[in-house]
Design a protein around this ligand. Structure first.
Ligand code: GAP
Length: 571
């Protein structure tokens, strides 16, 4: 995927009403975002598509059988014991380093990525011309010959962008040592920047610099990502609660409720869409890593013997789902996590990654995890509820001829061997496809954005920005445009608009030249523009313009609704 300038893209998203910075008039707040009028429709369409395609109408299972799936909507704040049992209180943390100069925190495992993409001083250093080679090349190859521009940068720019960088505070000694070491070829890659950030190389060795100010960073420490709050008026340890960091646990703790109230049989899934909160150390890449976001999660419960089959199934189903909604499959990369990456609960996880245009590497869009029996076992243990297992009544009844009693309780008194018992009563295994609604919204925005050279009415070349959303996801489905505001056209157009708006999000626009109105709808990603012109008054036909091809056809006004229904049906 072609790179997009994310700052320019964020501005476009703001100008169009897709995404705004949260509390912008107060300077914003890092890691929080708001969806504008177009963005809220887009994200809602994404969540609706997921709910329809995964909960109400999931594809058939591996043997062609129907998938049983139900939904839930759990509270964000739960009993804090939930998070002790799930392991979040003790292990949900990121390695973090505190800056010795400005005190800011940086994710230790993403330091160099953050330095390369988000650090003002690093960006400025990388862009200075150093004679034969740029610092960029120097940093990642060798062969830097001219140090005078670096000296100039240290004197003029350094104090403005990196006041705590050692070379800025103490230029003479460090530059002298640096030149010497560099010429002997002892500095490679990131060490160039480590050297410039280190006050006393002899005493301290090379130190990692802070992306914000250049001072050395402290040692990595695990910092909890849990957002804390309190219930009631007493703010004590006893009233401490957490904003959920995932929707999954609400599903696990309701497993028995759902089983009892629905009489579902294995295998079955429970799905939930909802907000999650993580106090991310370094929120970044627009909405990609936010502190408040929405998840679309399924916990699929199955017999342990069948779990690998279902793991495979959900990996395939979930990857395919993105392609059916207009994501080019060459931008989607499933990646099996290495053993060392796996979360504490996971036996295996496949990340479905997307080639976001802000990164050279594909980034996680969704994780499909095999969670084994971790969660139900942990909640059974911590809550003392021994009913978080499954009794396979079909199998029990099927084997009745082999036993002297049909009462499970009585049979237990005969001390059956463990493997016999587990045939009938066991803790289900869980496959969890866990997707981010905001992350997918960002992927859809990136994928849809395109600039094209087109001819205007006078034959001049102009740039057309068009959001090529899949029709199901497009925020506005059709624009209704009277060609001119007279001769009965507005009345006809308004009548059509009113007949469509109970069914689709349609937009009425009678302002400006029709060409400009088309362009505005292209930028909003509206798949169809329907124009009411002089012929409409004579023969009740309209033109329907297709966004991507810009082709126009005449159809009967009475056929418009049917054509739109057809275009927006899930396929
Ligand atoms: N229940 C499993 C779980 O929460 P995860 O990989 O931590 O797994 C699942 O999160 C999905 O939630 C991710 O694939 C991503 O789409 C989304 N997500 C996670 N952290 C996020 C963040 N800070 N900002 C936006 N989306 C996030």
């Amino acid at each position: 995927m072609a790179k997009i300038d994310m700052a320019k893209f964020a501005k476009f998203c703001k100008d169009m009403g897709f995404i705004y910075q949260s509390s912008e008039i107060y300077g914003g707040i890092n890691g929080f975002w708001d969806y504008g009028p177009l963005g809220v429709e887009l994200k809602k369409n994404i969540k609706d598509a997921w709910w329809l395609d995964m909960v109400r109408n999931p594809p058939p299972g591996p043997d062609g059988q129907e998938i049983r799936m139900v939904g839930l909507d759990c509270s964000i704040i739960m009993n804090p014991k939930v998070w002790v049992a799930s392991g979040h209180v003790s292990t949900f943390a990121d390695p973090t380093r505190k800056c010795s100069g400005c005190g800011k925190f940086t994710r230790a495992d993403q330091l160099w990525d953050i330095l390369r993409t988000e650090s003002e001083w690093m960006d400025s250093l990388l862009s200075i011309d150093l004679g034969a080679q740029s610092v960029n090349q120097v940093a990642f190859t060798l062969g830097w010959t001219d140090f005078s521009t670096l000296r100039k940068w240290v004197r003029n720019t350094g104090p403005k962008v990196a006041k705590n960088l050692a070379v800025v505070k103490n230029p003479d000694t460090i530059l002298k040592n640096f030149e010497e070491l560099f010429r002997t070829g002892s500095l490679i890659k990131e060490d160039v920047f480590r050297f410039l950030a280190t006050e006393n190389v002899q005493a301290t060795g090379l130190q990692d610099p802070c992306p914000a100010c250049g001072a050395p960073l402290g040692e990595p420490k695990q910092v909890s990502l849990m957002f804390e709050s309190y219930t009631g008026l007493d703010k004590t340890d006893d009233s401490k609660v957490y904003l959920r960091p995932e929707t999954a646990q609400g599903i696990f703790v309701n497993y028995r409720n759902v089983l009892d109230s629905t009489r579902l049989k294995l295998p079955f899934g429970i799905a939930q869409i909802g907000k999650a909160f993580r106090n991310e150390v370094t929120p970044r890449n627009f909405t990609f890593r936010s502190r408040e976001f929405e998840q679309m999660e399924i916990e699929f419960f199955c017999h342990p013997d069948e779990s690998m089959k279902w793991y495979q199934y959900w990996r395939d189903v979930r990857k395919k789902w993105y392609s059916t909604l207009g994501i080019n499959s060459s931008n989607l990369v499933p990646r099996e996590q290495g053993k060392e990456e796996l979360a504490h609960y996971s036996i295996g996880t496949t990340d479905i990654e997307y080639m976001f245009p802000f990164s050279d590497e594909p980034q996680e869009l969704e994780g499909v995890a095999h969670r084994g029996s971790f969660d139900l076992t942990a909640h059974a243990k911590h809550s003392g509820n021994d009913k978080l297992n499954y009794f396979d009544d079909d199998r029990w009844q099927g084997d009745s001829a082999k036993r002297s009693t049909n009462s499970f309780k009585e049979w237990l008194k005969t001390n059956p061997p463990a493997e016999e018992l587990e045939k009938y009563q066991f803790v289900p295994h869980v496959i969890e496809p866990s997707a981010g609604a905001d992350r997918f919204t960002l992927a859809v925005l990136c994928e849809a954005y395109s600039e094209e050279e087109v001819k205007d009415a006078k034959g001049n070349t102009e740039t057309r920005v068009v959001m090529k959303f899949h029709p199901r996801l497009a925020p506005i489905k059709a624009a209704i445009l009277p060609l001119v505001n007279k001769d009965g056209m507005p009345e006809k157009a308004m009548a059509l608009y009113r007949s469509l708006k109970p069914h689709f999000n349609v937009f009425y626009d009678d302002k400006g030249a029709v060409g400009r109105r088309y362009r505005r709808q292209d930028e909003a990603g509206t798949p169809f523009c329907i124009t009411i012109d002089g012929d409409t008054i004579k023969d009740d036909t309209v033109t329907i313009r297709e966004r991507d091809s810009m082709q126009q056809r005449r159809i009967k006004i009475s056929d418009v609704r049917g054509e739109l229904f057809e275009a927006f049906l899930p396929k």
